[in-house]
Design a protein around this ligand. Structure first.
Ligand code: DGL
Length: 263
């Protein structure tokens, strides 16, 4: 009998940075990925709107028989994971900015968190800082406009460089030696960020940790799996061609994209 797939979603292409870790750890699983590109970015939108999108997309994935969900978006996790868990009795894994590993890693005692305003203003983030923030100074940096650059596939052009440099420099000026990428779009900017901050600054993202958490939740690790390679299906609420054009770079190979038919 075919194994039921795992559903992964984000406001757009950011969740692909998580999907690649999921694929590396679970090579035999069939994966469904939804980019809610018609509604990206989520960052400045209301929590209620994001919650309603997350519920609609989860409904779409569950209707396609998903047996676990990954909310590959920090903003949607903050706004909607409680409602998703209330509604669906499945393993549901969400994102969380890596504040804990960052406060453990910092030597200067100052960490910078780059994320959307939606994430940084959420109750979940306030809790996170309350739990771990006493061990270091936590400086938050909303990054309006950055998600749009990644959605455009502009990972290192002059506009992206200027935006990112403007967000990061104040953190460096305050003495941050550890930067948390608290939005799943930002790992695609890591090469540019590394160029801007140099080798001495640690950059931490949560994709691998979330994939490990998924493995724990579904109770299997497929490293030794002898089943054939799993498949991926990609859906977008926006223009499928736009995601198709980005997949070779952001996913690592070409794939066709289906239009999100519900949700
Ligand atoms: N990728 C997202 C996150 O992790 C959402 C970005 C957005 O749509 O604003 O927060």
């Amino acid at each position: 009998m075919a194994r039921r797939p795992i559903g992964v979603f984000d406001s757009g292409v950011g969740g692909l940075s998580v999907l690649r870790h999921v694929r590396a750890m679970l090579p035999a699983e069939d994966l469904l990925y939804v980019a809610d590109s018609a509604h990206a970015p989520y960052g400045g939108k209301s929590a209620q709107f994001i919650e309603s999108r997350a519920l609609a997309i989860a409904g779409f994935l569950v209707a396609r028989d998903a047996r676990a969900l990954v909310v590959a978006c920090n903003t949607a996790t903050a706004a909607a994971i409680a409602s998703l868990r209330q509604k669906y009795d499945l393993p549901i894994v969400g994102m969380e900015p890596a504040v804990k590993p960052a406060v453990e890693a910092t030597r200067s005692g100052v960490i910078g968190v780059l994320a959307t305003s939606g994430t940084l203003e959420s109750g979940k983030f306030a809790e996170l800082v309350q739990r771990f923030g006493s061990r270091a100074r936590v400086i938050v940096q909303p990054c309006p406009g950055l998600v749009e650059r990644v959605e455009q596939g502009d990972l290192a052009g002059p506009l992206t460089r200027r935006l990112l440099a403007g967000f990061v420099q104040p953190l460096l000026d305050e003495g941050a030696d550890t930067l948390v990428l608290g939005c799943t779009h930002y790992p695609f900017l890591e090469p540019l960020l590394r160029e801007l901050v140099g080798e001495e600054v640690a950059i931490i993202e949560s994709g691998a940790a979330v994939a490990r958490q998924l493995v724990r939740r579904i109770g299997e690790a497929d490293f030794l799996d002898i089943r054939p390679q799993g498949t991926e299906r990609f859906f977008s609420s926006g223009e499928p061609g736009q995601l198709e054009a980005l997949l070779p770079r952001l996913w690592g190979g070409p794939a066709s994209v289906e239009r999100l038919t519900a949700g």
